[in-house]
Write a protein that binds this ligand. Structure first.
Ligand code: ACO
Length: 309
């Protein structure tokens, strides 16, 4: 018995903030942002709360999976922008969805949050403690960005993505995964006393490429799969140069690497489920494909997961 992604969903705020718009806010240029990051625009949640975005993405995923909210056993939500200190955003989501009185909790692992959450969901399914799990990544990073700091405000965007996972009897499965943390590197990426994101970009860049390369290799080796056998890589969308460097190190051609950072920027825990949903919708990810997910974020945290979709 394996773990299968039964359905995917997203919510992206309508409001678009382009690089040209940012040129009016801080001393930057479309040329700098595009060449250094690959980002052209991002979405901004002016009116939507993180719970509203999570709810819309979850309804989309539940409908895609053909699962009713009351059939869920567990809700795991990854975010670094929780709506309240407590209750958890997962509990607020449970109420909005009208799910039963299910087990619901948040995961805090910054940009690796969705992978951490999906890994926990996999353990619940495989141990038999849950049959249907909703896993959500939702972020309202526009509220965690210092809009006067050009080194960070150009990077982030808002949005939510969700998947419903359940038992598989058709060969779909999470074949291998590894998650890591190293809190001694916390000063590379953290929220300051005002809650604003601060980062040492250049050092993080190197850590991101190295750690994701290592953990991807480890996961492939655990599953006995060669890099060339992977059909699609869906990396966390932090910087297209990180993604390209990772693909080159792994020896996986760019055509097999999913990138949508130009439209959404870095949406932290939401980036992988949004990309996963778009990959399915665009026909780039089909049932039976081998897909490699990987992320690195504040903590530091990082991880990778290989799925038979
Ligand atoms: N516009 C114009 N110039 C800028 C901007 C900007 N928006 N931001 C910085 N600069 C300037 C800097 O001041 C610096 O100028 P100087 O040389 O005169 O000092 C110059 O551009 C180069 O700055 P660097 O920081 O060295 O630029 P770099 O090429 O490293 O790119 C970036 C910066 C995009 C942040 C990159 O380092 C990066 O992507 N790092 C990793 C980010 C990441 O992976 N984060 C992890 C996930 S996020 C999470 O977990 C929440």
């Amino acid at each position: 018995m394996g773990t299968k992604i039964l359905g995917t969903g997203v919510y992206l705020p309508k409001e678009v903030l382009t690089n040209e718009d940012l040129e009016k806010l801080v001393d930057t240029s479309d040329e700098w942002i595009t060449t250094r990051t690959g980002i052209k625009e991002r979405r901004i949640a002016r009116r939507e709360s993180v719970v509203e975005m999570a709810t819309k993405a979850s309804r989309d995923a539940l409908s895609d999976a053909g699962v009713k909210p009351e059939e869920l056993d567990l809700i795991i939500l990854a975010t670094l922008t929780p709506q309240m200190r407590f209750p958890s955003t997962a509990c607020l989501l449970q109420a909005q969805l009208g799910a039963g009185r299910v087990y619901a909790f948040d995961v805090s692992a910054a940009c690796s949050g969705f992978l951490y959450a999906l890994d926990v969901a996999d353990s619940f399914i495989k141990s038999g403690k849950a049959n249907r799990v909703l896993v959500v990544g939702a972020e309202r990073l526009s509220e965690a960005v210092d809009w006067s700091d050009r080194s960070t405000c150009v990077l982030f965007g808002d949005g939510a993505g969700a998947v419903v996972v359940g038992k598989s009897r058709d060969g779909s499965d999470i074949l291998a995964s590894r998650m890591y943390s190293d809190g001694s590197l916390k000063e590379l990426l953290y929220a300051d006393a005002c809650g604003y994101i601060r980062m040492k970009g250049r050092e993080l860049f190197k850590h991101a490429v190295r750690s994701m390369d290592e953990v991807c290799r480890e996961v492939l080796s655990l599953a006995g799969v060669k890099p060339e056998e992977v059909d699609l890589v869906i990396p966390h969308q932090a910087n297209v140069r990180i993604i390209n460097a990772l693909a080159e190190k792994l020896g996986i051609p760019k055509e097999k690497v999913f990138v949508n950072i130009e439209r959404y920027g870095n949406t932290s825990a939401a980036s992988i489920p949004i990309a996963l949903h778009e990959a399915v919708r665009e026909g780039k990810l089909k049932r039976g494909d081998l897909v490699l997910l990987t992320a690195m974020g504040g903590g530091l945290t990082w991880g990778a997961m290989l799925l038979r979709f």
